[in-house]
Design a protein around this ligand. Structure first.
Ligand SMILES: NC(=O)c1ccc[n+]([C@@H]2O[C@H](COP(=O)([O-])OP(=O)(O)OC[C@H]3O[C@@H](n4cnc5c(N)ncnc54)[C@H](O)[C@@H]3O)[C@@H](O)[C@H]2O)c1
Length: 394
């Protein structure tokens, strides 16, 4: 794809769309970020990131107003050679896709797109959705090239990973495959072509694999701790100089907007026979309950508990589906008071770190933010640190 090509990213001011837009713009494309959130659009156009992402503020400043802009105006779709949509597939509360919503969203885009445009589905979709979209567009007699190219970045490392990871590209027609491969060749020479259904499963396998890995570690953690054994002594012993155990993840909250959702989408697709996925959910989602059950003997109704870190993972400002909030809700039923703090999450109910630490009898690490690394605690405090982040300080 040559530098004059124009790309519109739908949902472009979010965690997937914006990093992708920045990288494409820095590699010569002209990118417009289309988003329904006017506050984010305005922020991006002023050169400000709406969320934390390593290296993004500098890159945004270098391309905004020249190779990249943001808008809420759908008319911009008319200018595009390639439209990439990162807006999630609408699913019902059982995570099955709601096709009418899906078609409505696609029709909303098609109304503005010119013939011959490449339409890339980039969000994680329920298996079969690319085919539904392809057939839906064919039925309308429109000449639109459809591809599915799943995003595999981890938030916070998006810019580095976008150019380092191979890109999976899938399409039903060779011409669409070719167009999508050319587009993603802007960011990497490593393109992996797959049939769409296999690419959809590839993405769900990736996230479920990670979720299951965390579940294994969390299960082992629960097992060792429930016998009052030192999990991390075992962990260090089995991983030290032993290559086959290097993939043993560390325990911790496995949360966020993707891992659980995608594991459950795979479970729905399997006709509810993805037993390991459901088991992983019980273990990972059960970790906050386990923490509360371990604290109960301390007389929670008399104790003030602080949760340090409300984001779903360390060094992030993203609190979507964070297990720290689940922990807070559980503790609010039983503890005298729950004091929550986070340096990055925008939430008016949060308190300053110093106040939370000073007033709490029990301190729980909710997200291992680097800024917490050198905290010290009085001997009168009980500290719960599932990550072993403060090794030796408990
Ligand atoms: N966050 C990740 O690390 C990650 C990684 C891989 C895949 N995904 C998948 O990517 C998809 C998007 O995730 P995200 O984290 O970027 O979400 P996000 O909420 O950060 O971003 C979505 C953006 O889309 C906008 N939007 C919503 N509806 C719109 C519409 N109809 N038209 C235009 N804009 C609209 C929102 O305002 C928001 O800015 C999800 O399907 C997710 O599963 C996310």
């Amino acid at each position: 794809m040559s530098s004059e090509h124009r790309v519109v990213i739908v949902g472009g001011c979010g965690h997937v769309g914006l990093p992708l837009g920045l990288v494409l713009a820095s590699r010569g494309a002209h990118v417009t970020l289309l988003d329904i959130d006017s506050v984010k659009v305005e922020k991006v156009n002023r050169g400000l990131m709406p969320f934390k992402e390593e290296g993004a503020p500098e890159l945004l400043r270098s391309v905004v107003g020249t190779r990249l802009d943001a808008t809420t105006d759908q008319a911009t779709l008319r200018e595009a050679d390639a439209v990439i949509t990162v807006v999630g597939t609408p699913v019902d509360r059982h995570l099955n896709p709601t096709v009418h919503e899906l078609y409505k969203n696609v029709d909303g885009l098609l109304k503005h797109m010119k013939e011959g445009t490449l339409l890339v589905l980039r969000s994680t979709v329920y298996p079969g959705v690319t085919k539904l979209v392809y057939d839906h567009i064919l039925r309308q007699g429109r000449k639109i090239y459809i591809a599915f190219c799943p995003e595999r970045i981890a938030e916070g490392r998006a810019l580095e990973e976008l150019v380092e990871l191979p890109q999976i590209v899938a399409a039903f027609e060779p011409a669409a495959m070719e167009r999508a491969s050319q587009l993603f060749s802007l960011i990497t020479p490593r393109i992996i072509e797959l049939p769409p259904l296999e690419a959809e499963l590839a993405k769900l396998f990736t996230n479920s694999w990670r979720y299951l890995n965390f579940a294994v570690s969390n299960q082992f953690y629960l097992l060792a701790e429930s016998y009052s054994l030192n999990f991390y002594r075992i962990y260090e012993a089995v991983t030290k100089d032993y290559p086959r155990m290097q993939s043993f993840a560390r325990p911790g909250f496995a949360a966020g907007p993707c891992l659980l959702k995608d594991t459950l989408q795979l479970a729905a697709f399997s006709g509810n026979s993805f037993f390991m996925g459901h088991a992983a959910m019980l273990i990972n989602e059960g970790l906050p309950n386990f923490i509360v059950s371990r604290l109960r003997p301390l007389g929670l109704s008399e104790r003030r508990v602080a949760i340090l870190g409300m984001a779903f993972k360390g060094d992030s400002d993203d609190s979507r589906d964070s297990l720290s909030y689940k922990l807070r809700n559980l503790l609010e039923v039983e503890a005298r008071e729950v004091l929550c703090t986070d340096p990055y999450v925008m939430d008016s109910s949060l308190l300053p770190l110093e106040e939370s630490m000073k007033r709490a009898d029990i301190i729980i690490l909710g997200a291992p933010h680097s800024v917490y690394r050198n905290l010290t605690f009085g001997t009168d405090k009980t500290v719960i640190d599932v990550w072993n982040f403060w090794k030796g300080k408990q």
